[in-house]
Design a protein around this ligand. Structure first.
Ligand code: UDX
Length: 462
């Protein structure tokens, strides 16, 4: 199949590369010529494990091309995937202008019988609207339109594409479904479930999936708040409920709240769609409020612990990315928590293995450090906001020894309260007992099952 992808951003690039890996001939089009030149040279503009190698091998095999010219790239394609951005508008709805522009751009060049596939995350009804845009531009052209949402997680996007739990596509046109079935046949041959449905259903599945996953996170964070008040342990509660296959153990890691380019934006768009169609999504509206309030709550927890020393305190923030294994800081809890601390007079030193360059563009007055130890030196408190693996192996005794204060706020539950027994630290974590510096030995509650707790701690957020 000849496939063209409009937009060589995170989704377009990963999807294009992986479709080439499945044996298709793919051209990724991006209007940024400089980006195209770098992509042609095999340079990957984002940090995504495994993508660079896969790109290189497919470029070499001649199956993956890049172009800045829509006419050149899309004219003989059997399918054109639109994978451009859909940023949030002020009212929570999404800005469809890039998707609409892309549709207009390809309308003039696609060949008859071409299938236009919407990969960008869009609200229900978008495919229908795009069909009208293309029809307006090209009159009698016979083409089909389909929705094929992506479920790629940053950090594991290549694996998520090539070994997915399911592929979903929807179209009201059987010809489009036949083309998409052919495109995904190599995955179906490997036993992957390929679900074919209507256009509207496919659009709804994408938002409903993300909203549901975000609900799980919001729910376990609420449970964590309760655990903190009543002496429970959220890791044990999550393990206990997750053993019920109707609930499942994934996405039950309590933490600083969900961030990233998808969940915050998609839940807002889902809620806005509900309002627009008189089908209010009350659960999601409440979830969004709770998630946004969480950053302030977690900053205040640290400030309360610092008490009168908060104004002028130095805080080391470990982790700026919205989750591990990415340099992405979009809607990261760090972008909300750090300003709350700064407003209270705290000075911030920060470290992140990958996201410091991006963070420097969005956060002011931060001292960036080469490693976690440098960040923690002379700090009054250390806050962990991203679950990077390298932080799990930090020498906490060394950190405690060089700090000025003694507060460790582990908002990713990287360690166990019982790990703190011999350390001179006050240890705050999420939904678990606080270990107070002065009386660590008496205040640490023994975990119900260390094995279970270890398993929950190790469960990556992905
Ligand atoms: C998500 C979806 O998982 C993916 O299917 C979709 O296509 C895009 O959005 P992504 O944003 O890359 O992917 O990250 P994900 O691993 O899902 O995490 C999202 C946020 O939730 C992160 O901030 C993460 O830290 C948080 N999270 C996740 C938790 O707090 N707890 C969990 O148990 C899981």
């Amino acid at each position: 199949m000849k496939i063209t992808i409009i937009g060589a951003g995170y989704v377009g690039l990963t999807s294009g590369t992986c479709l080439a890996e499945l044996g298709h001939h793919v051209t990724c089009i991006d209007m940024n010529e400089d980006r195209v030149a770098r992509l042609r040279a095999g340079e990957v503009p984002i940090y995504e494990p495994g993508l660079q190698e896969l790109m290189a091998s497919n470029i070499q095999a001649g199956r993956l091309l890049f172009s800045a010219d829509t006419v050149d790239g899309a004219a003989d394609a059997d399918a054109v995937f639109i994978a451009v951005g859909t940023p949030s508008l002020a009212d929570g709805d999404i800005d469809l202008s890039f998707v609409q522009d892309a549709a207009r751009g390809i309308a003039r060049v696609i060949k008859p019988n071409c299938v236009v596939v919407v990969k960008s995350t869009v609200v229900v009804g978008t495919c229908k609207a795009l069909r009208e845009i293309i029809a307006e531009e090209r009159g009698a052209l016979d083409f089909s339109i389909a929705s094929n949402p992506e479920f790629l997680r940053e950090g594991t996007a290549v694996r998520d594409f090539l070994e997915p739990e399911r592929v979903v596509f929807g179209s009201d046109d059987p010809r489009a479904c036949a083309v998409l079935e052919q495109i995904y046949q190599p995955l179906a041959d490997r036993g992957v479930t390929v679900m074919r449905t209507s256009n509207a259903n496919a659009e709804l599945i994408k938002y409903s999936a993300n909203a549901f996953l975000a609900l799980k996170i919001g729910f376990i964070n609420d449970v964590a708040n309760l655990c903190e008040q009543v002496g429970g342990d959220v890791s044990a509660v999550a393990a206990g409920i997750g053993l019920d296959t109707r609930i499942g153990s994934a996405f039950l890691s309590a933490g600083p709240g969900f961030g990233g380019s998808c969940f915050p934006k998609d839940t807002r768009a889902f809620a806005a769609t509900g309002r627009k169609h008189d089908a209010p999504q009350g659960l999601i509206e409440t979830l969004i409020e709770g998630n946004e309030a969480r950053s302030r709550m977690l900053a205040e927890r640290v400030l309360r612990e610092l008490g009168s020393k908060a104004n002028g305190a130095t805080i080391a923030v470990l982790g700026l990315a919205f989750k591990a294994n990415t340099d992405d800081i979009r809607d990261s809890p760090s972008l909300a928590i750090i300003p709350w601390l700064q407003k209270a007079g705290c000075r911030i030193k920060a470290h992140d293995p990958k996201a410091m360059t991006e963070a420097a563009k969005q956060l002011d007055d931060i001292t960036f450090c080469d490693n976690a130890y440098d960040a923690a030196r002379d700090a009054d408190g250390v806050i962990v906001l991203t679950e990077w693996d390298e932080y799990r192996h930090l020498d906490l005794a060394k950190i405690a020894g060089t700090m000025r204060g003694a507060l460790l706020a582990d908002y990713r539950n990287l360690w166990l309260p019982s790990d703190m027994t011999d350390l001179d630290l006050t240890y705050l974590s999420i939904g678990r007992p606080t270990v107070s510096r002065a009386s660590a030995a008496v205040q640490v509650a023994k975990p119900a099952s260390r094995t279970v707790e270890r398993a929950m701690t190790a469960t990556s957020s992905a």
